[in-house]
Design a protein around this ligand. Sequence first.
Ligand code: FES
Ligand SMILES: [Fe+2]
Length: 366
Amino acid sequence: MKPRTAHGQNTLPAEYFVSPDVWQLEQTRIFRAGWLLAGHVSALPQPGSYFVHDIGHDSVIVLRDRAGRVRAHHNFCRHRGTRLCLEHQGELGTALRCSYHAWTYELDGALRGAPHMQDVAGFDKTQWGLQPVALAEWRGFLFINLAPAPQAFDTAFAPLIGKFVHWPLTQLQSVHQTVYEVQANWKLFFHNYSECYHCPTVHPHLNKLTPYRNTENDLDEGAVLGGPMWLKNPEGSMSLTGERCAPPFAQLTAGERGRVYYYTLFPSAFLSLHPDYVLLHRAQPLALERTRIVCDWYFHPDAIAAPGFDPKPAIDFWDLTNRQDWALCANAYQGIRTSAWTPGPYSELESQLAAFDRHYLRVMQG
Ligand code: FES
Ligand SMILES: [Fe+2]
């Protein structure tokens, strides 16, 4: 399939990366309206397991309740607003207790106890549970949505439905997580992920395994953008040795085994499907100029249990690549926010950046 061209499109004007007004509008139109990939069910192995997903000033707890159901709640106490979970992830036991005045919430969000509040006339415990957040699961991946009445997940992410059926996504487990925080606007990470124009210069170790022109896009407009790159060694994978770290997923076709599939899921994640593992980057914009990227390496439980399993070559490969990329994003941000910078022209190798910008502008127009 021939990718769409960049149509002579230039990069977005600087204000999109530096203006607090744009940031505010993004919060309303994008991050409080869209589905955000928050994590995977394997991070919630038992009742009380939780992780936190932060977006701007918002923070959401995703947990497994005592009945085994996955739920999402806003991460603040209904009394005086105190943040409840301070760590990225952990185990809560049977309840959530606020550190300030000890209001205690059930894992399903109901307020269980509030010391001395029984003396307050008209206080109704049932009205003061944690504020719920909409949640959707797609093949083991958990998405949250801060909108009071969100668009149906299957409509918002229609291109995902029925795709990647040969990867056992639901069963995967993360063997490693690295959290990065980088001084750059969130959109620059999407731009960086969406082209391999920079690969020969910056990632010689990557370019050796998948030469930068070994690529095509099978989704080139909308909320999900990307496509495969084919491996020079169809028996290999992306790792420091160039070898797979596990057998390929059992259901993959011969063609799928020799490729790595890269997709951006607007506005929160990059999903990279390898023959033997899945890499997930989650982007959490913390401020206009600061982004947290949480990166997980997922393998099949059978591969993890096999004697001699060693994911380190895959972990080290992407950690090296990530650090190279984050330095570029931070560096590009330095230039974009100077007084003299003006938008530059996209090359034909950057058609997916142009597509990202078109989708971004459509969403921003509301
Ligand atoms: S702020 Fe949480 S109990 Fe008071
Ligand atoms: Fe890169």
